[in-house]
Design a protein around this ligand. Structure first.
Ligand code: FPP
Length: 244
């Protein structure tokens, strides 16, 4: 299985090497629903454990020396899920933001929300923006893609450039108007849950990303597997279309 994350056993990871080579890791957090079903629990319980696991994963990535993490929390397509499930994810998000504000000095993580916030009511928008502002000076970044779709992001970028009066655009122009303009492109994109697709996530930014797919369901992705994924990434030969 290509890019399967269990090839490296007992990894030794150098923080210096991580800081140089793995500046940005992104996760498609899939498998919460199946995780809950296996335990006879409602899907929303899977999301609750999924949100808790986000804290564990973010802490481990930070310990390893990774400066930027992006997670796909809620896509533009996820609004079509049952209302009860959407509501429970939004409640989790509210609690997540409250805890992040409370623990900001301990965690020292900068939060940035990627996606169009205009769909949220003013109370939720204030919460998201307050968390962004209160953590803006921290070096380690956790981007949370929310009401996010990569095609939508590209359209948004091009429309901003048109509104500025550009008649033709460069790659640099497009990148500079994406929601991720404050971080380098992801070096590694990890998808949990066993599917092999990108699902409208970071399509532009993924041009030279390494990919990793694991069958592990998101709530089960633990520190040991993160370490194996990172160690495996560090063995990859990135040629960017060139020859060695
Ligand atoms: C995919 O699993 C997961 C989601 C669509 C939502 C992700 C949400 C969280 C991790 C929790 C909320 C996040 C924050 C930041 C509070 P799925 O439901 O598609 O799982 P399945 O494929 O097993 O059905």
């Amino acid at each position: 299985m290509l890019g399967f994350s269990k090839r490296v056993k007992n990894p030794q990871i150098s923080k210096d090497e991580v800081e140089q080579k793995l500046r940005h890791i992104a996760f498609i957090m899939d498998g919460n629903g199946r995780w809950a079903k296996k335990r006879g629990l409602p899907r929303k319980a899977g999301h609750k454990y999924g949100a808790e696991n986000l804290r564990r994963v973010a802490n481990r990535c930070k310990e390893l020396g990774i400066k930027a993490i992006t997670v796909y929390a809620f896509s533009t397509e996820n609004w079509s899920r049952p209302k009860d499930e959407v509501d429970s994810i939004m409640r989790l998000l509210c609690n997540f933001c409250d805890e992040a504000v409370r623990d900001r000095e301990k965690n020292k993580i900068r939060f940035v929300f990627l996606g169009d916030k205009a769909v949220f009511d003013s109370e939720m928008r204030d919460k998201l923006e307050k968390l962004e502002e209160m953590t803006a000076d921290y070096e380690h970044i956790l981007n949370i893609a929310l009401n996010y779709g990569a095609r939508d992001e590209l359209v948004h970028s091009v429309n901003s450039l048109i509104a500025e009066g550009k008649e033709s655009v460069t790659e640099q122009d497009i990148s500079s108007r994406l929601y991720t303009s404050h971080v380098p492109d992801p070096d590694l994109i990890v998808r949990t849950g066993g599917d092999f697709r990108i699902s409208n996530f970071l399509l532009w930014q993924a041009a030279y990303a390494e990919l990793c797919f694991t069958k592990t369901l998101w709530p089960d992705l633990d520190e040991r597997e993160i370490d194996r994924i990172v160690a495996d990434f560090l063995t990859r030969d990135r040629r960017y279309g060139n020859v060695k």
